[in-house]
Write a protein that binds this ligand. Structure first.
Ligand code: HAM
Length: 418
């Protein structure tokens, strides 16, 4: 039994260093935009996810009955938990609420490149603002992360559309409400399923072949002018997207984004702008995805509050960063290795380590009787900066011998100067 459960990962220290590096970058992009961190339990009420519009996510639930007979699930996404938390304090939280989190999420998926059964998903959300400025701010958070890890606009693109595009097309065909959400879920599968299968599902929603053709031609649009002529004057979707792209210009991040009507997203609750980032080479699954969801709370029995946000998994981005050679070589973090040259000096070495630790150094004290040669190799392997040797004559004179590992320089340092 050396293997974990299928689709789950172990993080050895060298993996953990990289994960922490990634999370640090997630955190600083969010914090630089004034977001605060929150968290909740990975175990949730199953009913938070029993939406009826045929989303994949609700069919991939890790759910079970606990020993008290409660129906619970491991969260497949953070948004419903966040909604629950916001709803619990509705009215008491100053708006806009700008929060981020990096929860582990669970989905019983077919495992493949960039997809596991658990993943960590950076979530950044703004609640209580219906202004398109909030959506633009999220795009700025994203770009700030991408730049932070060394990616540029040639590596990936954030494709943007709005649920209102399909809403206008389908509204004119008399499809709204739950049927609209269900249709979006089907339309989102257009590039994943065979055309006949999608058409079959759409016709089950009551769409005839003319309607399907109308949807397909709209989804093929990739510039706002053609969208404007397709949707006609007074289209709210066009006006909203035009404003969003103006704001993107103002942020100076226009190179990173593109309008693409085929972005619909596979979750039922989106109501406005939606977006997904993809590698430009088109080799990987979506890097991240999000959008506006102004009516989630009423579907959970509360009063609606406008909201917008995104989820960003830790797996696809690592594929891309590895491919681009952007994952840094990270040392263990040890700064000093302290070693006693013989058994008699062991307690002296302990006091040296304690002193260095108290001054804020990260110190690995050699606990066993090891040779110098081992200590050098150990220092090299862990990327330590200094080897601190406790030696008889030096110790008698109140000193330790310090070797700077990069330069190879050695010097005796008085204990009081450590
Ligand atoms: P989602 O598109 O289902 O959206 O997931 C968002 C991101 O999480 C994906 O783009 C991908 O990076 C990552 N992800 C999802 N499933 C897996 C998986 N099985 N393995 C690896 N990575 C995965 C949501 O979950 C929305 N709740 C996001 C959101 C937040 N919308 C508004 N606020």
């Amino acid at each position: 039994m050396t293997k974990g459960v299928r689709g789950t990962r172990d993080f050895y220290p060298e993996d953990m260093r990289i994960r922490n590096w990634l999370f640090d970058n997630f955190q600083s992009a969010a914090r630089s935009h004034g977001f605060e961190e929150y968290d909740s339990s990975v175990l949730e009420h199953e009913e938070l996810y029993t939406r009826k519009q045929g989303e994949e996510i609700t069919q991939q639930l890790y759910n079970f009955e606990d020993k008290g007979g409660r129906k619970v699930a491991l969260r497949p996404e953070m948004t419903p938990s966040l909604a629950r938390m916001v709803m619990a304090r509705a009215g008491a939280l100053p708006t806009p609420i700008k929060w981020f989190s990096i929860p582990q999420c669970w989905r019983y998926e077919r495992t493949q490149r960039g997809r596991g059964r658990e993943h960590y998903q950076w979530n950044v959300d703004i609640w209580g603002s219906d202004a398109i400025q909030a959506d633009a701010e999220l795009l700025s958070v994203l770009v700030s992360f991408f730049e932070g890890v060394g990616l540029n606009a040639d590596d990936l693109v954030i494709r943007i559309s709005s649920r209102k595009v399909l809403e206008e097309v389908l509204g004119s065909l008399g499809i709204s409400g739950d049927a609209f959400a269900a249709t979006c879920i089907i339309v989102d599968k257009m590039d994943k399923l065979p055309a006949e299968a999608v058409e079959q599902q759409l016709s089950e929603q009551g769409l005839d072949s003319d309607a399907i053709a109308a949807i397909q031609s709209t989804l093929g649009l990739s510039d706002l002018d053609s969208l404007a002529s397709a949707l006609g004057e007074g289209s709210e979707a066009v006006a909203e997207l035009a404003t969003l792209f103006d704001l993107v210009d103002a942020y100076g991040i226009a190179d990173w984004v593109a309008f693409d009507a085929s972005v619909v997203r596979g979750l039922a609750y989106y109501t406005g702008p939606v977006f997904e980032a993809h590698d430009r080479a088109g080799k990987l699954r979506a890097i991240c995805g999000g959008g506006r969801y102004d009516r989630l709370l009423s579907s959970l029995g509360g009063n609606d509050m406008p909201a917008t946000g995104f989820g960003f998994g830790d797996m696809v981005i690592m594929e891309l960063l590895n491919e681009k050679g952007l994952v840094p070589d990270l040392p263990s973090g040890n700064q000093d290795i302290v070693i006693a040259i013989n058994e008699d000096l062991r307690s002296a070495a302990m006091s040296v380590a304690t002193k260095l630790r108290a001054s804020g150094r990260q110190v690995d004290l050699v606990l066993e009787d090891k040779r110098m040669k081992w200590a050098f190799r150990h220092a090299e392997r862990t990327g330590a900066q200094r080897l601190v040797m406790v030696m008889p004559d030096e110790w008698a004179a109140g000193n330790v011998r310090i070797k700077e590992l990069e330069s190879g320089e050695e010097s005796d340092v008085a204990l009081s100067d450590l």
